[in-house]
Design a protein around this ligand. Structure first.
Ligand code: FES
Ligand code: FES
Length: 136
């Protein structure tokens, strides 16, 4: 009952039924991994993307979040947002967009920040791996 008062239904829905939980094979050259932590609370989020090297489109995405309900809901929502997007478009996702969808209160804004940081880190990881392969 307490959580129902504190959390918006969209948060509870994603938290109860999170999308795309799991891991992708890090050793694959077209998988980018972002692992980020929130200094405010110590919560940790891992987000992985699998990219089509030819089109630059994110074809698969998985996450694992050790954190609060809002962080789990934010990661779940962001995986839905980025699937099928180009890296360029995925990089433009702002935490405010996530926070708005989930109606996060100010104290929970950093939870959505974690999701923005995680997708950006995953994109950077993919790009640096790709550079390394091209240079080989
Ligand atoms: Fe405890 Fe986020 S601060 S789960
Ligand atoms: Fe820290 Fe949600 S990520 S409280």
């Amino acid at each position: 009952a307490i959580s129902k008062r504190l959390y918006h239904p969209n948060v509870i829905e994603h938290y109860t039924n999170p999308r795309n939980v799991g891991s992708l094979d890090k050793s694959q050259s077209n998988v980018g991994t972002g692992l980020v932590g929130a200094p405010a609370c110590g919560d940790v989020m891992k987000l992985q993307i699998q990219v089509n090297d030819n089109t630059g489109i994110i074809e698969n995405v998985k996450f694992k979040t050790f954190g609060c309900g809002s962080a789990i809901a934010s990661s779940s929502y962001v995986t839905e947002l980025v699937r099928g997007k180009t890296l360029e478009d995925a990089a433009k996702i702002k935490n405010t967009e996530i926070a708005k969808e989930l109606s996060l209160p100010p104290v929970k804004l950093h939870c959505s920040m974690l999701a923005e940081d995680a997708i950006k880190a995953a994109i950077r990881d993919y790009q640096s791996k790709r550079k390394a392969t091209v240079l080989k």
